[in-house]
Design a protein around this ligand. Structure first.
Ligand code: HEC
Length: 142
């Protein structure tokens, strides 16, 4: 039996080119670093909170998706919360439903995200962000 031997050339070029093409197609292999501002509190959201919410929550709570009547892609909807009322009280993490549901405290609602917990670091970032006033851009870029 004779095995077809692929030419070296096709191996050395085709794969990297395909891979590069796929990366371009997917809009880049790495997420774009957030564009920072002159406000450290705004930057804390852009670097440590926004990416966590986008990655773990937006598919159910942004744009057309409003599970529980709750949208998180603008500051006003994020503060307003959903069918169970206010989600974020700036300056007061312990009154903020969003923090309790990510801590998976059932008394405050269904645990979020439903399919598994955020890391402790991510939860701590959300807590600090609320304590410092929940500063974020009014309309979030998706
Ligand atoms: C797979 C979909 C899904 C994901 C992902 C998800 N949620 Fe939810 N969320 C829901 C559903 C469904 C409800 C309504 C639950 C209920 O019936 O009370 C809800 C409700 C909520 C509420 C309460 C709204 C209200 O007033 O009733 C908060 C706060 C919340 N989610 C925060 C989050 C946060 C923060 C994340 C990310 C860390 C997240 N969710 C990720 C599906 C999701």
């Amino acid at each position: 039996m004779i095995w077809p031997v692929p030419s070296k050339r096709s191996f050395s070029l085709t794969k990297p080119l395909l891979f590069a093409g796929l990366c371009l197609f997917l809009g880049g292999c790495r997420p774009e670093p957030p564009k920072l501002t002159s406000d450290p509190k705004q930057n804390f959201y852009l670097q440590h909170v926004g990416p966590v919410l986008k990655e773990n929550c937006y598919r159910c709570h942004a744009g057309m998706n409003r599970k529980g009547g709750f949208r998180m892609d603008s500051r006003s909807t994020l503060l307003a919360g959903g069918k169970d009322g206010i989600a974020v009280v700036p300056g007061d993490p312990e009154k903020s439903r969003i923090l309790h549901v990510v801590r998976r405290e059932n008394a405050w609602g269904k645990p979020m995200p439903p399919d598994g917990p955020l890391t402790e670091g991510e939860i701590a970032a959300i807590e600090q962000w609320i304590r410092e006033g929940a500063v974020m851009p009014e309309a979030e870029r998706r």
